[in-house]
Structure formats: C-alpha cells, structure tokens
Design a protein around this ligand. Structure first.
Ligand SMILES: NC(=O)c1ccc[n+]([C@@H]2O[C@H](COP(=O)([O-])OP(=O)(O)OC[C@H]3O[C@@H](n4cnc5c(N)ncnc54)[C@H](O)[C@@H]3O)[C@@H](O)[C@H]2O)c1
Ligand SMILES: O=CCC[C@H](NC(=O)CCC(=O)O)C(=O)O
Length: 490
C-alpha cells in the first residue's frame, strides 16, 4: 500500500484505504503517480463532510463565493504551466493543446458568473399586493464525475457553476488522470475554499460506484462515456428528487457539399476528426463526400494532408498536431475497430497504425460506403469513416442514422443547403463551415439521444446547478380588502 495522500476529505489529505492504482505517461508507460483508492467508507466520509459544509457555503453572499472562485482563477493562471505539463504527461496531449485547456479553465470563471445571473438570477415583480420573486437555490451536495480527455476543463465546467450556485461537491476524476485532479484540488485549497466544500475521492470503478450510489447526494453531474452514462441513468430511475446531468459521447457526422475551397475543407475535416488524437466527444467520426470529381479531389487531398500529420511527444520542441492516445489499451482498441470495419467491407484509404507498447497511433481513414451493418459505436480515436453520396437528403438521413446526437456539421458554400441541413439534422451542436470540435463555453453544450439527457452543460450548466423557487411576499401579514365569499374572520 502506498501512503500517497490522494484523497481530500473535509480539507485533509489522506491516503486511500482501497486497492492501489497507478497513472502512467501513455507515451512511454512510465508510472507518474500511484496511490490507493478511496473505499466506500471514505466516500461516505466525503459526502458527510460536504453535507456539513453546505449551509455555511450557501449562506455566504454570492460576492463572497465569487471572490474565492476568482482567486482559484488567479491560482490557475499562476500555475498554468505546471498544470498544462501535468495534463500533457498524463493524457499524452501536446503542450500547445493542454495550455489551451488551462486557458479554458480560467475562462470558465467569468463565463459561469455571467451564466449564473442570466440563467438563474433573481427576478422581482410588483403585485397588486406585495411582490413576486423568482430565486434559485443550490441542490445541496453534488457528485461530479470527470472523463480523461479533458481532465481539467470538463470537471471544472461542472464544479465552478456548482460552487457559485452554493452547492458543495465530491469530485471523482477519471482513474486515468488522478495527478491532474490532485493538482487542481490543491489550487482550490490555495484559493481559500473552506474545508469540505470540495472533496476529492480517487479510485477506479468501485470508488465511482460507491459515490454514485450514495444516498446522501442530491445530484450527479457526469461527463464520460455513453455506456457509463446509461448505467447511471438506470441507477437513478425512480429517484426524481435527484438531479442527473449526463454529458456523453457522439458518433458525429460531417457532410461536404459544393465547397469551393478544397484546402479549407481539408483543414476543417482534419481539425474535426483528428484533434486530440480523435479523443473529443465532438470529433467527426463519419465524413460524407459527394460522388464525383469534387469529392475525389477532396478525398485525395485529405489523405495526403492526413499522412503528413505530425504525431509526437507532448513536449517535442517542434510541436506535433497529435500526441499519444490516453493508453496503449485505447490505441489497441482503435486497431481492433479498424479491423472490424475492414471485416465488414470497409476499405482502408490510410491505415491507422499503432506503435507497440505505447499509446501512439497514426490517424486513419476508412471508406465505409459499402459496409453493411455499420456499427453505431463511438470509436474514440483518430479513425475517420468516409461515405460517398449522390443525394444530399440521403446523406442527411444516413448522418442521422445513429442513436447519438452530439455534434454535426456542413462544409459548403450554399446557405440554403445549410438551412435545410439545420432543419433536418439531429444534434445539439450544428456548425456551418467551421470544424465541429472546439465548442464555446459561452454557449450551451450537450447532445440528444445517447449523447445526453437534455441537461446541456457549458453556458447552461447553471441550469442544473440550482432549482427555481417562486415566492409571493408581503412585509407584514395583512387582511385583504375583500374576503372570499363565505368567510367571516371577526
Ligand atoms: N459530452 C461531453 O461533454 C463529453 C466530454 C468529454 C468526453 N465525453 C465522453 O467521455 C468518454 C471518454 O471518457 P472516459 O472513458 O473517461 O469515460 P468513462 O465513462 O469511462 O468514465 C467517466 C467517469 O465515470 C467513472 N465511472 C466509470 N464507470 C463507472 C460506474 N459504473 N459507476 C460510477 N462511475 C463510473 C470513471 O471512473 C470516470 O470518473 C467518451 O465517450 C467521450 O465522448 C463526453
Ligand atoms: O470531449 C468533449 C469536449 C469537447 C470540447 N467541448 C467543449 O469544450 C465544450 C465547452 C465547455 O464545456 O465549456 C470541444 O468541442 O472540442
């Protein structure tokens, strides 16, 4: 058992009492962090600490809570390079990208403050007698579950609005990125967050299960795979009193039609499909190209440019576009996905290859037009499936032929085509002539179908962090001028 104090419970760092787990740099399998997971008893202690801290935290004025949250933004800025390096080491993502991730964490604070007022502010209206007031109140104790691909930014997108609203939090990060979680929580402490307001429970699935099933939480905000999200949804069935926000995966389509600038099209496809080594929920998985000369030219150019993508270490002085995937296992999973598609009739136009004993893969492109029984699965890596089409409506129909509905895009010069696409396509993020990755924190972010449960995050996260309270108020109990028929109060 290690003695690494990886759990933050009621303001105290403590060693986990469960099984040991490790975090590795996926580029070279070097162990960079190890500790023991939190047991169910430790999770229980964290929930109790959060409950105990709830009234005092919620009783603070918004301005007081905001001061602490803004100090956290300052801590993030002052420690941005250390955090960016930690994210890069733990996930394999290149530094240029992880610096952007830390920047998004800082940016989240001002955006969440604005959203708090705009989405959940207080509205007061005079009435013939007294006034009507709409306010919003925190749910209480909420659990936040984070994914590995943005271990800083995405949990932060739940935590910041939850704290601003007055909730207290138990954070369960991905077991693949515990080091980033630990560093982030240390910054919250340095910012002066009172003990118990955020608690950190680290560990593998058992720790997650203990937290998700704990009777003492009022809500659960989850970002992760559709598989886990569905399990949680089933687990929360019959508990209407608990707020569940699920941000899950996608199987996202990108259609090209009548776009004159081939280079720009290829750029937007690559930026959509291969950024973060394809490990973004919004990444394009299916590319629809028209049959004919224009589609042929785009495809040829795309293959050439994809072959030229630089894959490398997070800290290479000449920065790569793609780093390592999160793990050797994830990389092997992409090889298996490619093989499955080949067996179903897919033709590799550019083979995805895996460097043994590492998380490195090269990006792949596979033509799937003639694949029957195309699997509606999110392959969370850099493998783009190409479909050729001759009818725009048929392409849109095929793009919609998925249980997911996160992001979608059209690359094309004709606005009427975009308006048609916008009316037909089923997704929560729909872009025109822009990559479908890189969504803004200043807009709602969420999907339909298997991608989410209609609790959009980012700018709309404020909505699931508080519930509305409607009041009619009068400063003194007063007898009405006219009584209801049949009443005699004398
Ligand atoms: N829609 C979005 O906003 C969004 C953003 C980023 C990633 N994602 C999705 O996340 C996935 C990648 O992340 P991941 O692999 O870390 O997700 P994951 O579902 O494996 O894990 C997410 C979290 O849930 C925990 N967990 C796993 N099984 C659990 C269980 N049975 N009970 C309780 N907790 C459990 C994990 O420990 C982790 O903290 C992809 O599918 C991606 O599309 C979605
Ligand atoms: O992997 C999933 C997230 C991808 C990312 N989305 C956001 O950052 C949404 C904005 C926010 O949560 O503030 C993307 O679209 O690239």
């Amino acid at each position: 058992m290690t003695t690494h104090p990886a759990q933050l419970i009621n303001g105290e760092w403590a060693a986990g009492l469960g099984s040991e787990f490790k975090s590795v740099n996926p580029a070279n399998n070097e162990v960079i962090w190890s500790a023991n997971s939190a047991t169910a008893e430790q999770v229980d202690a964290a929930v109790k600490a959060a409950r105990q801290a709830f009234y005092a935290w919620g009783d603070l004025d918004l301005a007081e809570r905001l001061t602490i949250v803004q100090r956290f933004a300052q801590e993030l800025k002052e420690n941005s390079e250390e955090l960016a390096v930690a994210i890069a080491k733990e996930t394999g993502k290149p530094l240029w990208e992880t610096r952007t991730e830390v920047g998004a964490m800082v940016g989240k604070i001002a955006i969440s403050e604005k959203a708090y007022h705009e989405r959940t502010g207080t509205v007061e209206n005079p009435m013939p007698v007294g006034r009507a007031v709409i306010r919003h109140k925190a749910h209480g104790v909420v659990a936040v579950f984070g994914p590995y691909n943005f271990p800083g930014h995405l949990p932060n997108g739940h935590i910041v609005p939850a704290l601003l609203a007055g909730n207290t939090v138990i954070f369960k990060p991905s077991e693949l990125t515990p080091y980033v979680a630990e560093l982030t929580l240390k910054l919250w402490q340095k910012a002066g967050l009172p003990a118990g307001v955020i608690n950190l429970v680290q560990g593998e699935v058992e720790t997650g299960k203990a937290l998700a099933s704990h009777k003492g939480i009022d809500g659960l905000f989850f970002t992760g795979s559709s598989r886990t999200g569905h399990l949680l949804h089933e687990q929360y069935a019959g508990q209407p009193g608990k707020i569940l926000a699920l941000e899950m995966g996608g199987n996202n389509p990108l259609i090209v039609k009548d776009a004159s600038d081939t280079k720009a099209v290829v750029h937007d496809i690559i930026q959509s499909a291969f950024i973060s080594s394809g490990q973004r929920c919004t990444c394009a998985r299916k590319l629809f190209l028209p049959v004919g000369a224009q589609g042929d030219e785009i495809l040829e150019h795309l293959i050439r440019a994809t072959k030229a993508i630089k894959v490398g270490n997070f800290d290479d002085s000449e920065q790569p576009f793609m780093g390592s995937m999160i793990s050797e296992r994830a990389a092997a999973g992409m090889v298996a996905a490619q093989q499955q598609l080949q067996e179903l009739g897919g033709e590799s136009l550019l083979e995805l290859t895996h460097t043994a004993n590492t998380g490195f893969v090269t990006p792949g492109i596979i033509e799937c037009t003639n694949v029957t029984n195309f699997p509606d699965e999110e392959h969370f890596g850099p493998l783009l499936k190409v479909f050729r089409y001759s009818d725009f409506d048929a392409a849109i129909e095929k793009a919609n032929d998925t249980s997911f509905g996160l992001s979608a895009g059209l690359l094309g010069d004709n606005e009427a085509d975009y308006e048609h696409f916008l009316r037909r396509i089923r997704a929560g993020i729909v872009n025109w002539n822009r990559p479908i990755t890189g969504a803004s924190s200043a807009a709602p972010f969420g999907g339909i179908g298997a991608s989410g449960n209609h609790r959009a995050s980012a700018y709309y996260a404020a909505d699931y962090c508080a519930y509305p309270v409607a009041s009619v108020e009068l400063e003194k109990v007063t007898l009405p001028g006219t009584l209801s028929p049949g009443l005699n109060i004398d």
